[in-house]
Design a protein around this ligand. Sequence first.
Ligand code: SAH
Ligand code: SF4
Ligand code: F3S
Length: 475
Amino acid sequence: MLYNIAEVKDEDAWEAQSSYLSRATELVREAEVACGRKRTFHIETFGCQMNAHDSEKLSGILLLMGMEESEDDSADLVLYNTCTVRENANLKIYGRLGYLKAMKEKQPDKIIALCGCMMQEEEEIERIKKKYPFVDIVFGTHNFYEFPELFVQSVEEKRQVIRIYKDSSVVAENLPRARKYAFKSGVNIMYGCNNFCSYCIVPYVRGREKSRRSEDILKEIKDLAEDGVVEIMLLGQNVNSYGKTLPTPVSFASLLKQVEEIEGIERIRFMTSHPKDLSDDLIDVMAHSQKICRHLHLPLQSGSTEILKKMNRHYTKESYLALVDKLRDAMPDLAITTDIIVGFPGETEEDFAQTMEVVEKVRYDSAFTFIYSKRSGTPAAKDPAQVPEEVVKERFDRLLARVQTIGAEKSMAYEGQVLPVLCESVNHQDPSLMTGRLDNNSVVHFKGSKDLIGKIVSVHLKECRGFYYIGDTVS
Ligand code: SAH
Ligand code: SF4
Ligand code: F3S
């Protein structure tokens, strides 16, 4: 059963876990003594940046409990942070659970835990209870900070522990966090979503929209900057409606202005922007900023006004195109990327042609294209006009080919230029190369050494190879 969360103050939520954290640490220590080595954990994250961010906090908690991170599923504790935005995301999890079951037969004290968006669905919880009794701990998107408590319960009572809250007003602050990168970081500015696009399950599994207080956000970014972070990504399902529900409302544009002033931060990114809420103030702040990246992810979803209406998106083909014109007038070098869904119920060939027309007009730098996936509980799932699979597949292939060609043509335009690149890592295939990103988020590989990681360097983009560049540093 899903139940409502108890009201706790934001600052107290994590504090209230301290006695469980001590007990969990003792239990980990006891297991360590019994087996003569450090206990290990492995977290696998599915889905979007929100989940990736939550996983960094869960890693922070597990490290505090005295465990060590391991690279694969052979760890003593395996945690899957799940996504449910499309059906194939769910299928992947059940496939992996079968394989974990076999591992647990050989490793009886292995702990298997599941959390994240898919766990917010009642039918999935019922399925886990019935068919996956070897899963030890299950929690949702609203209570990952309760992990120490759930861990203690599961180990001491030797039973499956499931705790899911339907929604929550708590924004737990001050959690530990193990950041994946030293020099760049995501920062949550809001949680949940109130938009209820008719195809989307996110508002049901992430709850109502809640903004973090701007002072908490700014403090976190200042601390990150002092810790050597140069690039931050502000995260929310619809950052353009940030701050509307705060006791003293703050706009996203004014939050950005304050973030810009933080010393040490050199690049600011954000996602995702809903076209319906993108204000003129935001365009103005972006256009005058030295730090906000020249990149905007502006999901289109469909180019047909009729379908957009059925999707509950609150904009039209014309208003979307007018917004793109306004953005490009203010920032001619702005890279625009998007998300598009093909095969929404009732989509006709004419509707799809409208989507293709917008793609031709906007010429996206890149686009994520998705085949519509029916999500139970959403209004669109009840629509009888589902489009036949082969029709959708054919449209999808046409769209994909076109966005890829346009993306490659747009990338070519930068060939030969010298541009700033944030160096992020050693290249996976060729260790003599470093990999970094341009302001517009494109990937660049260039000759260099490890000491460049975390630094912004000038790179000559010698050759464009479709979606990435090969370059040389310029001193
Ligand atoms: N909040 C973001 C999107 C989050 S989900 C926004 O509004 O832009 C990321 C993307 O998944 C969406 O933009 C949409 O294109 C896609 N998506 C969401 N639900 C889907 C569904 N039922 N079927 C196919 N794609 C979907
Ligand atoms: Fe889903 Fe729409 Fe909310 Fe994005 S804005 S998370 S697509 S409901
Ligand atoms: Fe998936 Fe949840 Fe993100 S459903 S896309 S992980 S908000």
